[in-house]
Design a protein around this ligand. Structure first.
Ligand code: NAP
Length: 287
């Protein structure tokens, strides 16, 4: 299929590579064009603008946040100037997804945020959560197959997919907070963190999130970031906006958001969002 890909960051570059590898005719665009080098070497074409990348059947976008996506979609030479169906994979707010659905351009709009970090993107093991018109989702199926291991369809209202994604990211941070508190308790009581994690993930907490993020916490491994703390803080802000709009109290959200702020303040902008757990350890007097 003739497909455009916009946003070649940690996630987007790997997703676009898998589309090329699956035999699609891929045209890429990125704000910093140098990042397109490996893709062009693999057979992709570099576009001079987002609208140039939106001339095929579908154009997929994977950008940092609402602001970046709005600039690339609605700005001069934006995606909506082309005929392609726009598929947004970025983690964006519910209100932004509603705007994209209301002003879709000629080709229509599908929201398809993903679960999985850059290593999963490279391995084409992402989970795609997709919402939009059935005919549009059917057309995207081979593209989702090229980037992911499974696609979940969650209805025909695009923003529903973003609500699922934001809920999942909130639960990841809640799991990090719970593990950091339990590990700190164990550590101060003389049980090492690895032992605690091995017992818990070998019994009741046998889930990928506990294993992946548990390892980061046990090893204090927060660099290089697969998902940066500032992007995680952005997501917790989007959860808060959705909770305010729906009048849902989320007291745990306030705690994890503050711990992300603390991680960025003490560790810097380039740290992984799992470093939110450091605030718990330091609060208990551990280094
Ligand atoms: P990243 O490495 O920081 O890449 C961000 C991308 O957005 C880059 O292509 C960047 O272009 C572009 N961008 C930023 N501001 C822009 C602007 N104003 N105008 C145009 N382009 C702009 O981020 P990432 O980790 O790939 O994440 C991308 C999205 O996926 C985010 O919404 C994130 O929440 C979500 N996500 C991430 C993960 C993960 O584990 N990393 C997992 C699932 C979902 P430049 O190259 O020019 O800076």
């Amino acid at each position: 299929m003739k497909v455009g890909f916009i946003g070649l960051g940690r996630m987007g570059a790997a997703m676009a590579q898998n589309l090329v590898a699956a035999g699609h005719e891929v045209t890429v665009w990125n704000r910093s064009p140098d990042k397109a080098g490996p893709l062009v070497a693999a057979g992709a074409t570099l576009a001079a603008s987002p609208v140039e990348a939106a001339q095929g059947e579908v154009v997929m976008s994977m950008l940092a946040d609402d602001h970046a996506l709005a600039a690339v979609t609605f700005g001069a030479d934006g995606i909506t100037g082309g005929p392609a169906l726009h598929v947004s994979h970025s983690t964006i707010g519910v209100a932004m997804a509603e705007r994209l659905a209301a002003e879709p351009g000629a080709g229509g709009f599908v929201s398809a945020p993903v679960f999985g970090r850059p290593a999963a993107a490279e391995a084409a093991h992402l989970f795609v959560v997709a919402a939009g018109a059935t005919a549009h989702l059917d057309r995207c199926a081979p593209l989702f197959e090229a980037i992911g291991q499974r696609t979940f369809r969650v209805g025909d209202t695009p923003s529903a997919a973003n609500l699922v994604k934001l809920s999942g990211n909130f639960m990841i941070m809640a799991a990090v907070e719970a593990m950091a508190e339990a590990m700190t308790l164990a550590d101060k009581g003389g049980v090492d963190r690895r032992t605690l994690l091995d017992v818990l993930t070998g019994t009741l907490f046998d889930a990928p999130i506990y294993k992946t993020y548990g390892d980061f916490l046990v090893e204090d491994r927060f660099r290089p970031a697969g998902f940066t703390a500032p992007l995680g803080l952005k997501d917790m802000g989007l959860v808060d906006a959705a909770a305010t709009a729906s009048r849902v109290p989320m007291p745990l959200l306030g705690i994890v958001r503050d711990h992300l702020r603390s991680a960025i303040a003490t560790e810097g902008e380039d740290v992984d969002w799992a470093a939110a757990g450091l605030a718990v350890r330091r609060g208990a007097g551990l280094s």
